[in-house]
Design a protein around this ligand. Structure first.
Ligand SMILES: Nc1ncnc2c1ncn2[C@@H]1O[C@H](COP(=O)(O)OP(=O)(O)OP(=O)(O)O)[C@@H](O)[C@H]1O
Ligand SMILES: [Mg+2]
Length: 233
């Protein structure tokens, strides 16, 4: 369970204060696939970064599975991220010098997984996302959709409890976007992972349980979507 309580985020730009988020509150149930949408500049990425522990709120609290994140120091936050969270970015953020497989096992290596295990696990996950035949390739040899699937595999290697995605389909055509969304939906259903995804596209709702709409840094609407929450208990 993720509890976002009265979270505000102010950026200081010289003498000017930019209020990116103001008093945002909602909860997300385990295993939910939730979208965050809203106009450009409405605070979507800021909110995702805060829930993903990549940024801290100016005020308010974030509680994940009963753990008050504000009370953790930086080392504990890093540990929490490695143990529990996975990220998918709009621009894939793959390391060009590394092979597909090396990109995928990097977070597992960082977490201290043994070599045999991370080699085997990364190959397995790449097969699951349909790229078992591409593991020794470099990212630039792949299409955009394939690169995003590598990024998804990388986000999954440590079997995170929560997966964050910031407009993962922004650079993809609608057919490739559907492949990515279908994959996320399958992972959500099969493993009960909580997924929080920022999107601009209304049709993405058909893959989600709920959509949270931001306007000027505040929640302006929340609507149930087409899917029901899969019960994993
Ligand atoms: N590092 C920063 N320093 C100053 N202002 C920032 C910073 N990051 C974001 N902002 C401001 O905070 C507001 C929200 O930005 P944010 O990136 O969260 O919007 P967004 O909804 O993700 O937009 P987009 O759809 O364009 O990605 C904007 O007004 C933005 O200019
Ligand atoms: Mg953004």
């Amino acid at each position: 369970m993720i509890q976002v309580q009265h979270i505000s985020r102010t950026y200081l730009m010289g003498m000017v204060e930019v209020q990116a988020l103001q008093e945002v509150s909602f909860t997300i149930a385990p295993g939910e696939f939730v979208g965050i949408t809203g106009a450009s500049g409405s605070g979507k990425s800021t909110l995702l970064h805060i829930i993903g522990l990549l940024d801290s709120p100016s005020s308010g609290s974030l509680i994940i599975n009963g753990e008050d994140i504000n009370s953790l120091n930086e080392d504990q936050k890093t540990e929490f991220r490695l143990q529990n969270l996975g990220y998918i970015f709009q621009d894939y953020a793959l390391v060009p010098e590394l092979s597909v497989q090396e990109n995928v096992y990097l977070p597992a290596k960082a977490r201290g997984m043994g070599r045999d295990e991370y080699l085997q696990k990364s190959a397995e996950i790449l097969t699951r996302v349909g790229l078992g035949h591409r593991i020794f390739h470099r990212p630039f040899e792949l299409s955009g959709g394939e690169q995003q699937r590598v990024a998804i595999a990388r986000a999954l290697i440590n079997t995170p409890m929560i997966l964050f995605a910031d407009e993962p389909c922004a650079n993809l055509d609608s057919k490739t976007s559907r492949i990515i969304l279908e994959l996320l939906k399958q992972l959500n259903e099969a493993y009960g992972q909580t997924i929080i995804m920022v999107t601009h596209e209304e049709w993405h709702e058909e893959y989600m349980c709920r959509m949270i709409v931001l306007a000027d840094g505040a929640v302006s609407d929340q609507r149930e979507c087409h899917r029901n929450l899969t019960n994993h208990t």
